[in-house]
Design a protein around this ligand. Structure first.
Ligand code: ZN
Length: 431
């Protein structure tokens, strides 16, 4: 915890650095990690050599396009010793594992200093959005992510965290939150959404701040959380490979990229797109010397905000305007188009919110022309036929009349190993 606090004070001032100082910091970090990757990481040395790239010719971030792109399957297929630095003792590294929702999970290593910066980066955005030292934060997530308990800080009541296991029935979590009375809740949006829908007294949970992450947050979920709990919600965009990528500030208009930790590129057909145009996000880590990721394709669709005007919050970091969805969070239609789950989800969620008795649902695209619904209901659910008819109508309206829709009423929908409740799963390849 102390290491995290020291890291926090080291990186806190980066938020408001003048542009030329920020550029200098980023360029130095960038050149260092590129040189390191070439010298120490067999995977990158080979990739650079194949393309005839000499790191001595990489002078600044402006040269990033000279470097090869990295895709997830390359990382999945290469032996780990090809991907990590021999200087790093893996026994003292942090390890993370991607959820596998986008294919074979990747186990990755993060050196200690980078792990501390990652944790400090989360805290930096929390403090920026109003977290106070003596706030009690309920962190509802998977067990493997629980921090050590009984630290001196906890005894002093500083940065108190109450950890609650996310793989529990919403009623159990609701009761724990009523008991804990947190000032701040940090969890997946779908969980608070489900509690709001199922527990008549949900509004008794009244955190000053709510920090959501892990999943894509759609507008319906955001509206339900803020109106039910009378809380200010800040969403955080993250992944296992890079930890915190970007975060909403008090302006609630886009997400600030943690530009001192990562370089974000938005590409379409491997070429950069203009700000405001959507493309795929590629990220280069500036801190992880154990297992560097260079121009790594994450698979999410984002837009960069035109950065001529500085954000009124004063933070110098550029912003991502919209996070449209992950590559497997799209439904492919018969005519080959893809529909963002945000669009479809908003419409479906709106009807679901207006229907009593729906506990949970999951939509799986099994085949190009088949959507399967799994729905969990309780005794308050009435008028099954009307609900099914309406949902089918929405799906067909979005995806085409030829789409077959099968509706199943099930007892339970499981979260995936990372704690993410995947509302939409597509088993159809986009390629
Ligand atoms: Zn801002």
């Amino acid at each position: 915890m102390l290491g995290r606090l020291i890291s926090y004070y080291k990186i806190k001032n980066n938020l408001r650095l003048p542009q030329f100082k920020l550029d200098k910091l980023i360029n130095n970090k960038f050149k260092n990690i590129i040189n390191h990757s070439y010298e120490k990481i067999p995977f990158y040395r080979q990739k650079f050599d194949e393309e005839g790239i000499n790191p001595q010719n990489i002078h600044s971030v402006n040269d990033i396009e000279k470097l090869p792109l990295t895709i997830r399957s390359e990382v999945q297929q290469n032996p780990i010793k090809e991907l990590i630095s021999p200087d790093v003792d893996v026994n003292i590294c942090g390890t993370r594992r991607t959820s596998g929702s986008t294919g074979v999970p990747i186990k990755l290593f993060v050196n200690k200093e980078a792990s501390e910066i990652d944790a400090a980066t989360w805290n930096r955005a929390y403090f920026e959005n109003g977290l106070k030292y003596f706030d009690k934060m309920a962190v509802i997530r998977t067990e493997r992510k629980f921090a050590h308990k009984n630290s001196i800080f906890k005894k002093l009541g500083i940065l108190r965290r109450e950890y609650i296991l996310i793989h529990q029935p919403p009623e159990t979590i609701f009761n724990q939150l009523i008991k804990t009375k947190p000032d701040v809740i940090q969890t997946a949006g779908s969980l608070l959404f489900n509690i709001a829908r199922q527990m008549p007294d949900a509004k008794k949970i009244n955190p000053r701040l709510t920090f959501t992450s892990v999943e894509l947050l759609d507008e319906a979920i955001r509206e339900t959380i803020t109106s039910t709990y009378k809380t200010e919600l800040f969403d955080y965009y993250s992944c296992e490979e890079f930890a915190s990528i970007a975060w909403e500030c008090k302006e609630h208009s886009g997400y600030h990229i943690n530009a001192d930790n990562i370089i974000v590129e938005v590409l379409k057909n491997n070429q950069p797109v203009e700000p405001g145009e959507s493309g795929e996000i590629y990220i280069t880590s500036l801190n992880n010397y154990a297992q560097p990721f260079i121009r790594y394709k994450l698979g999410d669709i984002v837009k960069l905000i035109d950065s001529k005007e500085k954000c009124p919050c004063g933070v110098s970091f550029p912003k991502i305007e919209v996070i449209e969805g992950r590559d497997n969070d799209f439904i492919t239609t018969l005519d080959g188009n893809v529909v963002s789950i945000v669009t479809l989800g908003y419409m479906l969620n709106r009807q679901i919110r207006e229907t009593e008795g729906i506990i949970n649902f999951q939509i799986i695209q099994e085949k190009i022309n088949k959507i399967k619904y799994n729905i969990v209901i309780n005794d308050n659910f009435k008028n099954r036929e009307l609900f099914i008819t309406n949902q089918i109508q929405i799906v067909k309206g979005c995806l085409g009349d030829e789409m077959n829709v099968e509706v199943n009423f099930v007892d339970k929908i499981n979260r995936d190993p990372s704690g993410k409740l995947r509302t939409f799963i597509s088993n159809v390849s986009k390629i």
